[in-house]
Design a protein around this ligand. Structure first.
Ligand code: SF4
Length: 379
């Protein structure tokens, strides 16, 4: 039996499964079935079912014990020039709200404390029923009709962030984190991408969000090397990203998708230039993340502790703040923080997260002692 299997799922598996097989895929799995990858591997006899452990299936079909993704919508009615989603996944289809509540209630009973509402184009939730405030109403109903402790939104297109949606953030159970895909900080590039926003509109939105939601993290996606992106366009984009001061950047190099408007656009960007731009944007992203993390030092926040790893015989716990910062702390092996939400003081910025100290376990005066004990463990 081989030690690894090559499975292709997502848009490519729908659009061109043959080329995935030619590239050596053991199995291609449609979007609809991607939660059943392990079972399908066994069914297709890629691996014998006797080799399939219950925990393998669990990993693919069930959420982590602390956080779960709840898909509320699929498809998209827009046609951003680089995006194949409309072709691969069709038009917007929203799940009935009652199904969503029912799934969340089931997750709650299994002990899940945080759910992330997701969709291919989450902000268009219920637009297929002519309801332009669908996402805001869904969030309000989830907060009212379930008692799940924490609700997080995945990516929301900037033009879908309505005042009604922002009002829901006055409820602390809706976590202060918005991922707003920008794609480019240059208006000319945004127009060629057929994005429905301008830099000015984006800037105004971010100012509004920050004035309404304290300590909000605003993260984004940025694409580099879109056809026709000049050096000046890229510089503009980089400056805009710095000006906004995102908490985190996901940087993508443009990748041509057959069947999209961008695939026939002139002036493609060479791989070398695209790589240079990506490196510059990534470096900016790291710098901005560092600034945001430092701005949070000293705050006491409810951290959802998720899991731990043993490093050199010491147990390091990992958790997430409401505004999606990774927090780390070392604790004695006898302490089980799993799936607990604990007030934690953010003490230091480390290379891979923030050092946190649990407030309830430690009197204030011993923080410095604890920090002095912990810092060498991170080196
Ligand atoms: S990038 Fe998002 S909004 Fe644009 S077409 Fe793709 S899914 Fe739709």
């Amino acid at each position: 039996m081989p030690a690894s299997f090559f499975v292709v799922t997502g848009c490519d598996s729908e659009l061109d499964p043959e080329s995935a097989v030619r590239a050596g895929a053991d199995l291609t799995v449609s979007n609809e079935d991607k939660d059943k990858v392990m079972e399908l591997l066994a069914t297709a006899e890629v691996i014998p079912s006797s080799a399939l452990q219950p925990q393998d299936v669990f990993k693919e079909t069930a959420p982590t014990r602390t956080r779960a993704f709840v898909k509320v919508q699929d498809g998209c009615n827009y046609s951003c020039a680089y995006c194949i989603v409309t072709v691969a996944r069709g038009e917007c289809r929203s799940r009935p709200a009652t199904d969503v509540f029912s799934e969340i209630s089931t997750l709650e009973r299994t002990g899940i404390q945080e759910i992330v509402l997701t969709g291919v184009h989450l902000g268009s939730y219920d637009h297929d029923h002519g309801n332009s405030q669908g996402l805001a109403q869904l969030v309000q109903a989830v907060l009212d009709q379930t008692s799940i402790e924490r609700v997080r939104l995945s990516s929301v297109e900037p033009w879908d962030v309505t005042d009604d949606l922002l009002r829901e953030f006055s409820n602390p159970r809706l976590l202060p984190h918005l991922h707003l895909p920008l794609q480019s900080g240059c208006d000319a590039t945004l127009r060629r991408m057929a994005r429905r926003t301008t830099c000015d509109e984006f800037r105004i939105l971010v100012d509004k969000i920050r004035s309404i939601i304290p300590n909000v993290a605003i993260s984004t996606d940025v694409m580099v090397g879109f056809p026709g992106e000049t050096d000046a366009d890229f510089d503009q984009s980089l400056s805009f990203v710095k000006e906004i001061g995102f908490s985190r950047l996901h940087v993508f190099r443009y990748s041509r998708r057959e069947g999209t408007a961008a695939s026939t656009m002139p002036n493609p960007i060479s791989k070398a230039v695209s790589q240079q731009r990506s490196a510059a944007m990534l470096a900016t992203g790291e710098h901005l993340s560092d600034i945001f993390a430092h701005s949070q030092v000293g705050r006491i926040v409810p951290v959802l502790w998720e899991d731990n790893v043993v490093i050199s015989g010491q147990t390091q716990w990992r958790g997430l703040t409401p505004n999606y910062l990774r927090v780390l702390t070392f604790l004695p092996p006898s302490t089980d923080l799993s799936n607990q939400i604990v007030d934690t003081r953010l003490e230091r910025v480390l290379p891979n997260g923030l050092l946190g100290v649990l407030v309830e376990q430690l009197p204030q005066e011993s923080f410095q002692t604890v920090i002095a004990q912990q810092l060498p463990l991170f080196e």
